[in-house]
Design a protein around this ligand. Structure first.
Ligand code: GLU
Length: 467
C-alpha cells in the first residue's frame, strides 16, 4: 500500500519551528516510502485564520523546499462535505442534537470541578433530547460507552483509552460550522491519508477521531505523534527562546538547508551523525527512530550547522542566498562589484551567517561612510600616509590587477621601508575596507579591483592630512 501523509497547519500565525519540524518529518516519511505528501490548510476558525498566515506558511514551505503532491487544500472550501458527513452521522444515530445551554454546561463543569471530577459532558441530550424552540442546537458525536480504543502510535507505542473516559464531543457548532475533530477526520478519510504525523499536543484527540472514523466505516490511518520541542531552559518552546517564524531565519542569515538539517535532528538521530544532505535525510529517516522524549532547541548548534553549510555548500548556492541579503542592503550584485561566488569563497570561513557575510562584504560594492574609529586610530599614525603613498605609486603601475602581484608589492614596500608587514598591510586594509578585518590582503585587493583600491588609498591619504 502506498503511503500518504499530510501537514495540516492552522493559519493563525506563521510557520514556526515546531510546525516546520512536523512538516519535515511528515514529508520525510512520505518521501522515504515513495509516498505522497499533502498540504492542508485548516482554516475553519474564521476569526483566527488570516491570509497573511496562509501566505507565511506557503512561503516557509517553499523556502525550506518542502514540496507537496497535493494542495494546498483549504478546509473552508469543503464546508458542504462536512455538512454531508454530519448529516450522515445524525442519520446513522452516531450523532445527536444537543440543546444544553452555555449556562447549563458551565454549572455542570463547576459542579464536577467541585467534586474533583474530570469535567465532561454528562450526556443529557444523548437520549431523547428535549427540543427547545428558538434554540439552535449543537451536534454531538455519540461516543461508544463501552470498550477501549487502542492507538498503536509509531512513536509512542501502544496507548489504550477506555471509551468511558471520552465524552460526546461537539462536531458542529450551533451556527452549523464543523469543529476541528470532525474536519480532520473527514479530510484524512477523503484524502486517503495512511499516516498521520503530527505534534503530540493532538494525542488526546486521536481516540476521539478514531471513533468517528470507525463510525464512518473508514480505514484507520497509522498515527505518529512527535514529541514536543523545548527551549534550552526546559520550558515549552516559545517566542522568548527565539521560536520565530521560519522566514525570520532567512532574514537572520540562515540557509534553508541548514535549518532543515537542524530540524531533522530535533527528536531524530542516526548514530552520532550531525550533518545530512536532503538525500541522506530521506534515505535514513525512519519514524521508529524518533525519540519519545522531548527535544531541546539549541541556537548555538543551529549556528554551528549554518556555518558548516556556508563553508561546505557549493559557493554558487550560498551566493544565490547571499544575493538576497545584498539586495536588502540596496546592493544589486548583478551590476556592480565582484562576483558573489568569489565573495563567498573569500568570506565563508569567517561568516557564521549570511548576515555576517553581507555586512562584512559591503565595502566591496560601495564606499563606506567612515572608518572604524578604533582601526583608524591604531593604523593611521604618523608616517602611515607615506606608506600608503608608496603603495599607491606602485599599485598604479601594475598592468594586470592580480592578487599575487599586489601582495608582492606589499612585501617589497615593507622591506624597502624596513617595516614589519603589519605596519604596511594594516593601514592599507583600513584604507580600502574602512575596518581592521577583511580576507587576506591579496584577495581583498583583487576583489576590490583597481579603481576602488586606488581611490580609497588616495582618500585615506587625504583623510590623514586633515587629522
Ligand atoms: N490544524 C492542527 C494544528 O495546526 C493540526 C491538525 C492535525 O495535524 O491533525 O495544530
Amino acid at each position: 500500500m502506498s503511503i500518504k501523509t499530510r501537514f495540516a497547519p492552522s493559519p493563525t500565525g506563521y510557520l514556526h519551528v515546531g510546525g516546520a519540524r512536523t512538516a519535515l518529518f511528515s514529508w520525510l516519511h512520505a518521501k522515504k516510502n515513495n509516498g505522497q505528501f499533502v498540504l492542508r490548510i485548516e482554516d475553519t476558525d474564521l476569526e483566527r485564520s488570516t491570509q497573511e498566515s496562509v501566505d507565511a506558511i506557503l512561503e516557509g514551505m517553499e523556502w525550506l523546499g518542502l514540496d507537496y503532491d497535493e494542495g494546498p487544500i483549504y478546509q473552508t472550501h469543503r464546508f458542504e462535505r462536512y455538512k454531508e458527513i454530519i448529516q450522515q452521522l445524525l442519520d446513522q444515530g452516531d450523532a445527536y442534537y444537543c440543546y444544553c445551554s452555555k449556562e447549563e454546561l458551565e454549572s455542570l463543569r463547576e459542579q464536577q470541578m467541585a467534586n474533583k471530577e474530570k469535567p465532561r459532558y454528562n450526556g443529557k441530550c444523548r437520549h431523547n433530547a428535549e427540543v427547545k424552540e428558538g434554540v439552535s442546537p449543537v451536534v454531538r458525536f455519540r461516543n461508544p460507552e463501552e470498550g477501549v480504543v487502542i492507538l498503536s502510535d509509531l512513536v509512542k507505542g501502544e496507548i489504550n483509552i477506555a471509551n468511558k473516559e471520552l465524552d460526546d464531543l461537539i462536531i458542529a457548532r450551533s451556527d452549523e460550522t464543523p469543529t476541528y475533530n470532525l474536519t480532520v477526520v473527514v479530510d484524512d478519510m477523503d484524502m486517503g491519508i495512511t499516516d498521520v504525523v503530527r505534534g503530540d499536543d493532538h494525542v488526546n484527540n486521536t481516540p476521539r477521531q478514531i471513533n468517528i472514523l470507525k463510525a464512518l466505516g473508514a480505514e484507520l490511518p497509522r498515527y505518529a505523534h512527535l514529541p514536543m520541542i523545548l527551549g534550552d531552559d526546559g520550558a515549552r518552546l516559545s517566542k522568548r527562546h527565539g521560536a520565530v517564524g521560519v522566514m525570520q531565519y532567512r532574514d537572520d542569515g540562515y540557509l534553508p538547508e541548514a535549518l532543515l538539517n537542524y530540524l531533522v535532528r530535533l527528536g531524530w538521530s542516526h548514530g552520532d551523525q550531525e550533518l545530512f544532505t536532503r538525500e541522506e535525510m530521506i534515505q535514513l529517516f525512519d519514524l521508529s527512530d524518533v525519540n519519545v522524549a522531548a527535544s531541546a532547541f539549541n541556537t548555538e548548534k543551529l549556528l554551528w550547522i549554518n556555518h558548516q553549510y556556508i563553508m561546505n555548500s557549493e559557493p554558487e548556492l550560498v551566493a544565490k542566498h547571499l544575493s538576497w541579503h545584498m539586495l536588502q542592503r540596496d546592493i544589486d550584485v548583478e551590476t556592480e562589484g565582484p562576483s558573489l561566488v568569489d565573495i563567498v569563497k573569500a568570506q565563508r570561513e569567517r561568516s557564521k551567517t549570511l548576515v555576517d557575510m553581507a555586512e562584512a562584504s559591503l565595502y566591496f560594492y560601495k564606499d563606506f561612510d567612515e572608518y572604524d574609529a578604533k582601526a583608524a586610530k591604531k593604523n593611521f599614525k604618523a608616517g602611515a600616509d607615506d606608506v600608503l603613498a608608496g603603495l599607491l605609486a606602485e599599485f598604479s603601475k601594475v598592468a594586470e590587477w592580480d592578487g599575487t602581484v599586489l601582495h608582492e608589492i606589499v612585501l617589497m614596500t615593507a622591506e624597502k621601508l624596513e617595516l614589519k608587514l603589519g605596519k604596511v598591510a594594516q593601514p592599507l586594509r583600513v584604507a580600502v575596507c574602512g575596518a581592521g578585518m577583511s580576507p587576506s590582503i591579496d584577495v581583498t585587493l583583487e576583489l576590490l579591483g583597481r579603481e576602488k583600491t586606488l581611490a580609497r588609498i588616495q582618500r585615506a591619504i587625504d583623510y590623514m592630512k586633515l587629522q
